[in-house]
Write a protein of this length. Structure first.
Length: 320
């Protein structure tokens, strides 16, 4: 009789019992992960406390007396899909006794799956071409330009394969550290910042319509106020997938790096949520703990609770 009662109880309540077991398992897993990976930190923007995962060091290289370490964090924001892609990898040539670290961030356009595929194609193609041409090209500029053009070609082909006249594209920012110098290239409106001794400098410019409008302002053909309020000011005038990139900025000479320097690559989700002063304050607070910086920056952007928070990706290269 007792056995029948137990069997009946299980039959009537099995769904609730399974759900309870799953919840308990999830809680145990969360506690185990939390003890190993999570740390409570104070949001430097003045918001509430947030949980940030310490970043795993994606790549590292020793170069010209410096150790360069790469870390990253990427969040979806309030969007339905993640259209950002990124990578940090070492570039080595044992024959020439040359080594370096490559970081890249791409922010896809074209909507949902199309933007995701475009950004991934941009990252993969750029890295493949860079590795292929790095030690045969005359200089960094030539190598970066070839990689940009091939990425543009492949994203154009991707758009054709997607059909229905659908056009996809992606921004691209990349840095290459070798021989103690920082080389970089940019297409679109993702950005690169260089932090040193409490100050942050934006290395890139945004390739959008505002860039053209500001040229008219400099020529006295338009007021600055009119340019900055133009509804099309954020529209990109150059990107990967445009079919012949018209504007690509490339740093050829290289910026000498020092111990303590931090390089930040990011998609526009970061700088549209946080001001330069806020980013500078956060980096200054955690410059001795660079592994936390990508998570702190992306979490701080999300902590603003913007209704339309974009995908936000941050790659950090730390020099020690």
């Amino acid at each position: 009789m007792n056995g029948e009662l137990i069997a009946g109880y299980i039959k009537e309540n099995w769904i609730w019992m399974v759900a309870s077991l799953l919840v308990a398992t999830s809680v145990i897993t969360l506690l185990i992960d939390g003890g190993k990976k999570r740390k409570w930190v104070k949001n430097s923007t003045g918001g509430s406390q947030i949980t940030v995962i310490k970043g795993r060091r994606l790549a590292v290289c020793s170069d010209a007396g410096l150790t360069i370490s790469g870390y990253a964090s990427s969040i979806i924001g309030t969007r339905k899909d993640q259209q950002d892609s990124y990578a940090v990898i070492p570039i080595n040539d044992e024959k020439k006794d040359e080594s370096g670290l490559l970081g890249i961030v791409c922010d896809g356009m074209g909507g949902l799956e199309f933007g995701k595929k475009a950004s991934k194609t941009g990252v993969v193609t750029f890295i493949e071409q860079f590795q292929k041409n790095r030690f045969s090209a005359k200089n960094y500029t030539a190598c970066a330009r070839m990689a940009i053009d091939k990425a543009d070609e492949n994203v154009v082909e991707l758009s054709k394969k997607l059909g229905d006249g659908h056009r996809s594209g992606t921004t691209l920012v990349s840095v290459y550290v070798t021989d103690g110098k920082l080389h970089w290239c940019s297409v679109g409106d993702s950005r690169i910042y260089h932090y040193r001794q409490g100050k942050i400098d934006q290395l890139t410019r945004d390739h959008n319509y505002l860039l053209l409008l500001m040229e008219q302002v400099r020529k006295g053909m338009m007021s600055k106020e009119k340019a900055e309020t133009d509804p099309e000011k954020d529209s990109l005038i150059s990107f990967i997938g445009i079919d012949g990139v018209p504007l690509a900025d490339i740093e050829e000479q290289g910026i000498p790096l020092k111990s303590g320097d931090i390089v930040v690559l990011c998609s526009d989700g970061l700088y549209k949520a946080l001001s330069v002063a806020e980013m500078e304050n956060i980096i200054c607070s955690y410059e001795e703990k660079p592994a936390y910086l990508p998570g702190i920056l992306t979490a701080s952007a999300m902590d603003k609770w913007c209704k339309h928070q974009d995908n936000t990706t941050v790659v950090v290269l730390s020099c020690r």
